[in-house]
Design a protein around this ligand. Structure first.
Ligand code: ZN
Length: 205
């Protein structure tokens, strides 16, 4: 019955995203590591690993499939292969949403729980990962359509002021939202590509 009602609702309003909840593990260890990350990187001390979303950061996974990406994000701790960011804490990377190449949107964790996906801004940023890029170096038209619908939905739901590509995050160094304490903790990013962000910005509300 619920499914029927949900389907009917989506038919009524095609601007609402169809979201499939596929939660990654958020066990006691991940909660503890997230609280530690909030304190050590941002000076934020909280009882719960929650955020007030004010930004959306769009990514690509650089992992070729949805399943492989899910399996990468699912453990609570970083694998040994991430020596580039390991010194900044054992909390594993993740994102709130994962958009497959066919445009299917998966929600991996609650929108108001902190995910580790962007240096300096995790305390206020919802992350959208897109499976890709493909062999042509691009994300797909279906992913673009889903990102636009999803971002418009998130902007209505939360006080989102900024929508950025991961490659733009260092523009926020010195901004009031930038809280990273470690001046040496930076990685260079190109995802999800300038072209994709320009297309998103043309289409979002
Ligand atoms: Zn990224």
């Amino acid at each position: 019955m619920f499914l029927l009602i949900t389907k009917y609702f989506y038919c009524l309003d095609p601007s609402l995203p169809k979201i499939i909840d596929r939660p990654i593990s958020f066990d006691e260890q991940r909660i503890k590591l997230t609280l530690e990350y909030l304190e050590s990187h941002y000076g934020i001390v909280q009882e719960n690993p929650t955020i007030l979303p004010r930004m959306v950061v769009v990514h690509w996974t650089a992992i070729p499939t949805m399943e492989a990406t899910f399996n990468t994000f699912n453990p609570s701790t970083l694998p040994n292969t991430r020596s580039d960011i390991q010194s900044a804490g054992a909390l594993n990377v993740s994102s709130h949403f994962l958009v497959d190449t066919d445009g299917t949107i998966y929600r991996l964790m609650p929108e108001t729980t902190m995910a580790r996906h962007v240096i300096g801004l995790n305390h206020c940023a919802i992350g959208i990962e897109n499976v890709g890029p493909g062999v042509d170096g691009k994300l797909t038209p279906a992913q673009l359509e889903s990102n636009v619908i999803l971002i418009n939905y998130l902007k209505k739901k939360h006080p989102i002021k900024f929508v950025i590509g991961h490659y733009e995050y260092q523009d926020f160094v010195g901004h009031p939202l930038w809280l990273e304490k470690d001046a040496g903790y930076r990685t260079e990013k190109v995802d999800p590509g300038i072209e994709f962000m320009e297309a998103i910005r043309k289409q979002i509300n």
